[in-house]
Design a protein around this ligand. Sequence first.
Ligand SMILES: Cc1ncc(COP(=O)(O)O)c(C=O)c1O
Length: 349
Amino acid sequence: MNSTPRARPAVEKMSGYTPGEQPLPGQTVIKLNTNENPFPPSPRVIEAIRSLDPNRLRRYPNPTADEFRERAARLLGVTPEMILAGNGSDDILAIALRTFLAAGDTLAFPDPTYSLYPVLAEIADITVNTVPWDADWTLPTAGLIGTGARAVFFANPNAPSGTLVAPADVRALAEGFAGVVLVDEAYADFADTNCLGLLRTCPNVIISRTLSKAYSLAGMRFGYAVAAPALVAEMMKVKDSYNCDAVSIIAATAALDDQTYARMTWDHVRAERQRLAHELSQRGWTVIPSHTNFLLAACPGGKAGDLYRALKQRGILVRFFDKPGLDDKLRITIGTRAENDALLAALPG
Ligand SMILES: Cc1ncc(COP(=O)(O)O)c(C=O)c1O
């Protein structure tokens, strides 16, 4: 009677998250597809990893990553009890979902936004209710409140659009909504504003951050949430006991320590973002003004899928979403000046 066990129906039905392509070790490509920082991490991060006390590998890590929490709290002007560390911000999103939503509950988000949210919901038998963005990527506040969902998740600045919702508009949503509002600030360091200030008056807001983009640590996997101590305490019960490893805790802490270096990378990204947007516009692209380290732009003629494949043939990876509303556009990560020049040189016209 040996038959293959079946997965839960919700899992069998779903197709899973599709991550951006990652080149094989040793393969040289110009990689502008997953919004990594074009610079290596701060030298202080490498130094901290090199000087790691081997005992920190022999023993389990501190379960709550307290040295990171202390450092992040000082940087952000909050208390350590307001910080929850995670294995990348994807871990934070999963923890928040598991803490605040049960099977049969509804998660709402504006569409399009980060494509992991519906996947996390599907896994947990959570119903998804999407509301299209209002004109000019304005937050559809009334529509989101009208869903009666248990929680709203959205990225701000948004992915894949790169657009930014002003904190006052996020506040209006948080004040009019009974459930949790998770603001995914994966790209906030490349923008002029963020929603941290809302935590003082909006007890239902959770901010999610990552070291993958602004601190060049996508390979390390480290993110964190900032929220009221009561919400963090609940999420602490749900996370895996040792969700951050010893190496990532010291690396992430060292990365936050070197703000001068991080800011240098952000300044480069902003300058190159402006240059690339200008150059693409000159070539007939329609570029959505971006507050992130990537551009979403419609290519002349609209055959974005063909262009994505042609660029790939030439060793340049960008992101193409084969979805109505996005299938005339490419999402292009801001690279080094040389990488951006290579992309421009490879474009037709
Ligand atoms: C909006 C958004 N949130 C979260 C993430 C995931 O970040 P992490 O590497 O911290 O899991 C990404 C990655 O692309 C993202 O675009």
